[in-house]
Design a binder for this molecule. Structure first.
Ligand code: SAH
Length: 724
């Protein structure tokens, strides 16, 4: 069944009706969930398996039955492992109905449906008794309800309730306990993601002063999770040793606290400004503490090979648990070997931290050390990448130089129109001497931020417009149209075509001499080999010897329904190798915009050579031209085939992950179809290897990517009028 739903078009900004599958939302949730990546995490699976084996053996050695409860069974993996380890009974509950249904299919496929009872409920709604969900309490609990922040999925409530209602007193819990570690860091690199600084260009020419209230804002409590091991060594300074801050006894012997403040003294190992703590956790899987699962970044990871060129590649990779950064609401300068106090706060679902001088010791509790709340609008209005992007002095220099040059060419009386209110480019134009600046913006948060900047910088000649207010009369006076092609609302590279859409809308109103900056946009794509990222999407087949094909089918059909083929990923966090030449897909000239663009091209993987290239995905990005200068949203270094790739960190790239790794010859091809309509804001891109199925042994063939047929291209074009 299909239903009409409303969604916002990122290019036009307008709300549109769309026909979607009635269960679109949950299919999208399944397709985008990190279930597959979690199940590909073989270290996690193996350690759960071993700890379960030990727990069941221990119960049997004590002459007892092993009655296992698996909370949040997902695909049923841990419940099936428990049954295989000889558990006498297994009950598995799952709160997310589609997963519970999928679990039942997996139990059947593995012929264990008689050994495991599935209860499609949240554990906190389960009852024990003759008529209950469980006939008796369990004496082994196995559960994996942790997220990057450890407790963000409600683990505290889940364990507390289970011990009170579902488990025997002397039960064994897998995992037995957990420890959260933090390390105090100076990290100017990440601080740029948190606070807008006074804005300079790369030569440190001062341009815009950030209002006091933005500099003083406590920030946001929302955790910044990232693949911390991908930070470069010079991007942070360790100011403390790793500090264990919170211990969680899942076994029920020590009650779990739902709110607490813990103050820990630490010695600064180096001088520096304490900006952030880096956080990760460890699970003690068994009661003896012999099986430990660590999420530490490589420099603190027990398995890291620190002597190699890429130590980050030597530790187990996972995306379902990363590491987290917490920004201090009030950063502090630390002196080497002096003592400081780290204030660690925890509520039911989250953590936050303060750092203080030891002399400021007090007995204040949580009412004083409040969870950071943004009162400057930036953290509410803009994603972190957007803030970092605006703090990027190298980019700012490019914008400013171009703007300066244009203003000089126009001379006095320059009138500037800025099409992106979520950047500060219009305000720069005013500081650089424009007579009048118009900024296209109607979002109230963005307007508030811009007005605060105007007050702090005594800017008086800026006026805000909505699209309807861009009249012919007004437009004939505009001498420069400018836009930082990085809208705070854009996720995928092509969503910034909002700039081109607006230019197209207004094109007839411009003066012929109006300068446009940027004036070109070029799309590029390249075949790549992801070292790990593909694990979030590739089919599982078997997992710890368990047939997971019903789960693979569920993901496959959900991906089809939710149209999640192309996704936005910050590729600096996900190492990948160049496996084919970068190719230009499409070029848009702002002086000569067409309403529609359609391309259907094939590209050879390389121009020469005979080495077979393992390809499991594509990366797609744009380059915007400002005069002779360029701003990339993708590669920062042009690569040779086989090179490790370096990506611009302040925007996400478009990514397509293939179902498996295909071995392709340099003369093999990939193809790309693009269909865009700038009037209606449609942009469709399809990218795939050509005839990839011929490159792998027939026994391994799965549904191979289908080359785009002409009728599909026409459908992609849907609303387009004429193809150029
Ligand atoms: N145990 C599986 C899945 C882990 S993902 C495995 O290890 O592979 C966590 C799952 O737990 C999710 O499917 C989520 O829906 C479910 N979940 C979280 N808290 C729950 C609770 N209190 N009761 C039931 N299900 C829960």
């Amino acid at each position: 069944m299909s239903v009409f739903t409303q969604k916002k078009n990122p290019i036009t900004g307008k709300t549109e009706w769309d026909i979607q599958h009635e269960d679109y939302d949950y299919h999208q949730e399944i397709a985008r969930s990190s279930f597959a990546d979690m199940l590909h995490d073989s270290e996690r699976n193996r350690k759960y398996h071993r700890a379960l084996q030990k727990a069941i053996q221990k119960m049997h050695d004590a002459g007892k039955q092993a009655n296992v409860l698996d909370i949040g069974t997902g695909t049923g993996l841990l419940a099936i492992l428990a049954a295989r380890c000889g558990a006498d009974s297994v009950v598995a509950c799952e709160a997310f109905k589609p997963m519970a249904d999928c679990c039942i299919k997996i139990l059947k496929a593995n012929r264990v449906q008689d050994k495991i009872t599935v209860i499609p409920k949240r554990s906190t709604d389960m009852t024990v008794g003759e008529d209950g969900d469980m006939k008796q309490k369990a004496n082994i609990l196995v559960t994996e309800v942790f997220d990057t922040e450890l407790i963000g999925e409600g683990a505290l409530q889940t364990f507390t309730h289970a011990h009170e209602h579902l488990l025997e007193k002397d039960c064994i819990v897998v995992p037995d306990s957990a420890v959260i570690y933090v390390q105090v860091m100076e990290c100017t690199y990440l601080w740029k993601w948190n606070k807008l600084e006074n804005l300079y260009d790369e030569d440190l020419n001062f341009n815009l002063m950030t209002p006091e209230k933005m500099l003083d804002c406590a920030g946001t409590a929302a955790v910044h999770d990232l693949q911390m091991s991908q930070l470069r060594r010079h991007q942070f300074i360790e100011l403390s040793e790793p500090i264990p801050v919170f211990y969680y006894d899942w076994s029920g012997k020590i009650p779990l606290e739902k709110r607490r403040v813990v103050k820990q003294q630490f010695k600064a190992v180096d001088p520096g400004r304490a900006h952030v703590v880096f956080m990760w956790w460890e699970l003690n899987m068994d009661t003896e503490g012999k099986i430990i699962l660590s999420c530490a970044p490589w420099w603190c990871h027990p398995a890291a090979k620190v002597s190699g060129e890429y130590p980050q590649d030597s530790i187990p990779w996972r995306d379902h648990w990363m590491q987290a950064v917490y920004y201090f609401p009030r950063p502090l300068d630390l002196h080497r070997h002096h003592d400081y106090t780290l204030v660690c706060c925890q509520d039911e679902y989250s953590l936050w931290f303060y750092v203080e001088n030891v002399e400021d010791e007090n007995d204040f509790g949580m009412e004083y050390y409040q969870r950071p709340v943004c009162d400057c609008r930036i953290h509410m209005a803009w994603p972190r990448t957007h803030v970092a992007n605006l703090n990027d002095h190298v980019r700012n220099k490019i914008f400013l130089n171009q703007l300066k040059q244009q203003l000089m060419e126009v001379g006095n009386n320059a009138v500037v129109l800025d099409l992106n209110g979520s950047s500060l480019l219009g305000l720069f134009a005013s500081k650089l001497g424009a007579e009048t600046v118009y900024i296209l913006e109607d979002n109230s948060l963005n307007l508030g931020i811009l007005r605060d900047y105007m007050r702090a910088n005594r800017i008086k000649n800026v006026k805000f417009l909505t699209e309807e207010q861009v009249t012919d009369d007004l437009m004939k006076d505009i001498s420069i149209v400018t836009c930082n092609p990085n809208f705070s609302s854009a996720l995928l590279p092509w969503e910034n075509l909002k700039y081109v859409h607006l230019l197209y809308q207004f094109r007839k109103k411009f003066n012929t001499t109006t300068a446009l900056m940027p004036d070109f946009c070029t799309f590029y794509a390249m075949p790549v080999e992801f070292l790990d990222l593909h694990k979030i999407r590739i089919p599982l087949g078997k997992c710890e010897g368990i047939d997971m094909s019903p789960f693979d089918h569920l993901i496959e059909s959900s991906r089809g329904i939710s149209d999640a083929e192309l996704e936005a990923q910050p590729l600096w966090e996900y190492p990948c190798l160049c496996r084919g030449l970068p190719r230009k897909l499409l070029e848009l000239d702002m002086h000569d915009i067409n309403v529609t663009y359609a391309r259907n091209e094939s590209y050879q993987i390389a121009n020469d050579g005979d080495r077979v290239q393992p390809i499991n995905g594509f990366a797609i990005w744009t380059i915007w031209k400002f005069g002779i200068k360029q701003i990339t949203t993708g590669l920062t270094l042009w690569p040779l085939i086989g090179d490790r790739l370096y990506w611009e960190p302040y925007t996400r790239q478009g990514v397509k992950i293939l179902k498996q790794t295909y071995k392709m010859k340099p003369t093999d091809e990939w193809s790309c179809q693009i269909a865009a309509d700038l009037e209606t804001g449609q942009f469709n891109l399809n990218i795939d290897l050509v005839n990839a199925e011929r490159r792998i042994p027939a026994s391994k063939r799965r549904n191979s990517p289908v080359p785009l047929q002409p009728w599909r291209l026409r459908r992609l074009l849907r609303t387009s009028k004429t193809a150029n």
